[in-house]
Design a protein. Structure first.
Length: 574
């Protein structure tokens, strides 16, 4: 991060001659720090809560007095603990993101850090400069998310695959068995990948979407002369915190509901409440011109987009409800309660190859409806409010982010609870309860990925629009707005860009495979030299394998992502 901050300083902040305060660089480092702090907070609370979840799933006197409830109360107690642990991640991360962004804006605006930036006084150039300085915050969060996602993913999957396969390669060593040397690394990996990695990913999406909306909003003369309206994107996120705070209490009712139903209700209720809560916010904050009914006015590619308050509100609704549909579709394709997953389980009865083929087909099929949702959102949001509408749609998709992170953090907590129950040799009923919680947690983890990817798609489009807008203004050339894919450079760039995810995926998958093989070899060695001799497993060795693999193997994919736009810009220009 420090090395990359130097690149940002000399590329963005430093003038041709002399020294300038590193506003963008400072924002970048604050965003990176916030992302790391949120991940650390999430992992800390997860390791505290998973023990409590296991304990509360144990049978108590009142459970034995009511055997007919089939352990429902035990599961409900465990669910509440895991769900509340996820809440700390959700509200903590979004709260940190919002308050640090607020502090940056207030500091730069008021001249606390430097005096060469005037406060917002209606001058469009000053507002634009302010928000471009702050945009480094989103870049810092996304950069940490890259390494958190890649490093955490390599760590958790290397440990997960290694520990799972150990029982198949060497009989008698089940995944969460106390005798399995890879068990601890597997449990740690759940937190690293699905708490820190996912948290950093969604934090990056939130920070990027908010910064993109702020930067694009500076293109509206009416918005920048309305001190409250310019901060409308931040108010949407703040409203989402309040709505989520109300929604989480609904999960405390009716222990008879299945865990999946409870979590689905969280998504639906938060979306409905958010839709209602944003009506008075949009009405009272966004400007309104009674003479021509157009309160906002955006310009993109030389075309004006007169936007009403209702259309701005509609952009947020498109993102918000698209996020809900993406979450529901993800649940349908990944939950054990639906036919898709059940058919995939049936394929296992025949051969591993049929399971892999059907699984890949199911994964591809699950993209169809989410892509239609995103396309529909982009089409209408852009027509209503140009790139500002697209940015608002991204913020809307993350409007109930505390809820999304809560149900996402719930997954690894309940997963670890099952591992603790197994390692502690608790009664098999306890593991049954934790497995019920864990089954829903696997689905919620997939739902969180849908939110992250969908919002990232919208943010990328909004940032791309902001980029070509600034290039056109800098070169004073309106033809730059027209990105023509028939131009050789543009088409070649599309081909290279489409190839990069495959290159990136090949690197990460190879890293996971190599580390998993090393993990299995270590487990096999320990079985022969320690476990069969009556000695306890050496968990530190397997933890070290996952840790070393994640730290070393995430460097190349990270460089690929960071260096590709820098090299493209340096070699080929805008």
């Amino acid at each position: 991060m420090l090395i990359f901050s130097l690149v940002i300083y000399f590329a963005v902040d430093a003038p041709e001659v002399g020294f300038a305060f590193p506003y963008t660089t400072f924002s970048f480092l604050v965003g990176a720090f916030t992302s790391m702090a949120a991940g650390y907070l999430g992992m800390t609370i997860a390791t505290i809560t998973n023990v409590k979840t296991t304990y509360l799933c144990c049978g108590f006197e009142e459970d034995r007095a009511n055997p007919e409830d089939n352990g429902m109360m035990g599961r409900f107690r465990g669910f509440k603990a895991a769900f509340q642990g996820g809440q700390v991640l959700g509200f903590g991360l979004v709260g940190l993101a919002l308050i640090f962004l607020e502090l940056l804006i207030l500091s730069f605006k008021g001249g606390v850090i430097g005096s060469d930036l005037l406060p917002i006084d209606g001058a469009q150039s000053n507002v634009r400069k302010l928000f471009e300085f702050v945009s480094g915050y989103g870049l810092g969060g996304s950069t940490v998310a890259l390494f958190g996602r890649v490093g955490g993913g390599i760590y958790t999957k290397a440990a997960d695959v290694g520990a799972d396969l150990a029982g198949k390669v060497m009989q008698g060593l089940e995944e969460d068995s106390p005798k399995n040397p890879g068990t601890i690394a597997d449990n740690v990996g759940d937190n690293v990948g699905d708490i820190a990695g996912m948290g950093a990913d969604l934090f990056g999406s939130l920070a990027e979407s908010t910064c993109a909306a702020l930067v694009v909003s500076a293109s509206s003369t009416i918005l920048i002369t309305s001190p409250d309206a310019i901060y409308f994107p931040l108010m949407v996120t703040a409203t989402g915190i309040l709505v989520s705070f109300v929604t989480v209490h609904i999960a405390n009712f009716s222990p008879l509901q299945s865990v999946e139903t409870k979590l689905k209700i969280q998504l639906i209720v938060s979306t409905i409440l958010m839709s209602l809560a944003l009506i008075p916010l949009a009405k009272n904050v966004l400007p309104y011109d009674s003479t021509n009914t157009n309160g906002l006015d955006f310009s993109f590619a030389g075309v004006n987009y007169p936007t009403t308050r209702e259309q701005a509100y509609g952009c947020i609704m498109l993102g918000l409800w698209s996020g809900l549909f993406i979450g529901i579709v993800t649940e349908i394709y990944t939950s054990k309660s639906y036919s898709y997953t059940q058919a995939l389980a049936d394929a296992c009865l025949y051969d591993a190859s049929t399971n892999i083929i059907k699984g890949l087909a199911l994964g591809y099929l699950s993209n169809v409806i989410p892509i239609f949702c995103l396309a529909f959102t982009v089409l209408f949001a852009f027509n209503w409010a140009a790139m500002y509408g697209v940015a608002l749609a991204a913020i809307g998709m993350l409007g109930c982010l505390p809820i999304a992170l809560t149900i996402d953090g719930y997954g690894p907590i309940s997963d670890n609870a099952g591992g603790i129950a197994e390692m502690s040799n608790l009664h098999k009923d306890v593991r049954t309860h934790t497995d019920e919680l864990d089954a829903a947690g696997n689905t919620t983890a997939a739902i969180g990925k849908g939110f992250a990817i969908g919002s990232a798609c919208l943010v990328a489009l909004a940032l791309f629009g902001a980029f070509i807008t600034r290039v056109a203004e800098t070169l004073n050339d309106e033809l730059v707005y027209n990105v023509n894919i028939l131009q050789p450079f543009t088409f070649a760039g599309l081909l290279v860009g489409a190839m990069l995810p495959y290159w990136f995926s090949a690197m990460t998958m190879t890293a996971v495979g190599d580390a998993a093989q090393e993990m299995i070899a270590e487990i096999k060695r320990q079985k022969e030299e320690r476990i069969d001799q009556g000695l306890g497993p050496d968990h530190e060795k397997c933890i070290g394998i996952s840790t070393e693999a994640s730290l070393k193997k995430m460097v190349a994919p990270g460089i690929l992502v960071i260096a590709s736009p820098l090299l493209s810009g340096a070699l080929f220009g805008y």
